[in-house]
Design a protein around this ligand. Structure first.
Ligand code: BJW
Length: 269
């Protein structure tokens, strides 16, 4: 007999097999892969689709090393605008739920493609920033990295050595840091459950991470407003805003007696 649980998120009801919920409750290692969609409800635009950044801006000019070499001022004007926008934004219920998840599960990591720093602001500690951070700058001559809290005041910002600084983010055609790829792949391979939240999952190598989890025997649960490539192999796809779906799903997990038995020392703080 297959038991079905009804998950209620705002005005929707999802049927979730009880065996699947049980695997989530018993998971000792968990991860969340996030993309721009997790920050959409904080007012930070996504890249693709209607109203997305690439509809308005040319990625070749703004998100490639060639574009930066041609016009560092233009690229920095765009990043400064985004820094201002991201500084004003607040973590939303999806970010906050992901932070609660880290407090409840001892082996928990966030693998994020986002550069906005919202997971840290929501309270997560174990975060792998796959595409870098808008709150770091790097010298194009000696690679010295500078952390910042506020949007840049001068454009383009300069290093003490006199050279131009660039945003410490990963643009198209650039390799991700090998250390970051190794750590993300290790986490994905070790995850009993990976949630894939708010990403179109078309940009590699990040898009390969849930496939690693799946191939290692882990469960893949997708949360998105629309189907993606992940939907074809995910064990569960929950369609709707992450800020509704994720808190509703996590409450269903945490409220159960078996979760409390499996994770007797939670919450940590
Ligand atoms: C919601 C929601 C709500 C909305 N709730 N959901 C062919 C095959 C394979 C690979 C390649 C290929 N051709 C080229 C490549 C390589 C390329 C790539 O993958 N391109 C693809 C587009 C095909 N990859 C790279 O270039 C990477 N580097 C690399 O491969 O290096 C190799 C190398 C080795 C050795 C030497 C040299 C090179 C680097 C990729 C870097 C990506 N950079 C960006 C910009 C970062 C900086 C910045 O932000 O300014 O990263 S591009 C952009 O895309 C950004 C994102 O992190 C990334 C992913 O986007 P994301 O997050 O998924 O956002 P969206 O907008 O696509 O999707 C949002 C989703 O949310 C949607 O699904 C919505 O439905 C959903 N949603 N509201 C829930 N409320």
């Amino acid at each position: 007999m297959r038991l079905i649980m009804h998950l209620r998120a705002r005005d929707r009801v999802f049927d979730v097999p009880d065996e699947l919920l049980d695997r989530v409750r018993k998971a000792s290692s968990m991860s969340v892969l996030t993309g721009a969609g997790v920050s959409a409800e904080s007012g930070i635009p996504t890249f693709r689709g209607a109203g997305g950044i690439w509809e308005k801006y040319d990625y070749r000019k703004l998100a490639t090393a060639e574009g930066f070499r041609e016009d560092p001022r233009l690229v920095w004007e765009w990043y400064q605008l985004r820094q201002i926008e991201m500084k004003k934004a607040q973590p939303n219920p999806a970010h906050r739920t992901i932070s609660e998840m880290e407090q409840s599960v001892s082996d928990f990591s966030v693998l994020t493609q986002n550069i906005d720093g919202m997971h840290r602001r929501a309270g997560n500690k174990r975060i792998v920033e796959l595409h870098g951070s808008i709150w770091r700058m790097r010298c194009i001559r000696d690679n010295t990295v500078f952390e910042i809290d506020d949007p840049v005041a001068e454009i383009p910002p300069l290093c003490q050595c006199g050279s131009v600084l660039r945003p410490d983010v990963v643009w198209f055609g650039e390799p991700l840091s090998p250390h970051v790829v190794d750590e993300a792949s290790r986490v994905a391979g070790a995850s009993d459950v990976m949630f894939v939240v708010g990403t179109s999952a078309i940009v590699y190598p990040a898009a390969a991470l849930p496939i690693i989890t799946k191939n290692s025997g882990g469960l893949v649960i997708e949360v998105n407003v629309e189907p993606t490539d992940v939907s074809s192999y995910a064990d569960l796809s929950l369609f709707g805003p992450a800020g509704d779906i994720l808190p509703a799903f996590w409450n269903t997990i945490v409220r159960s007696e078996s979760f409390m038995k499996e994770h007797p020392f939670i919450p940590k703080r």
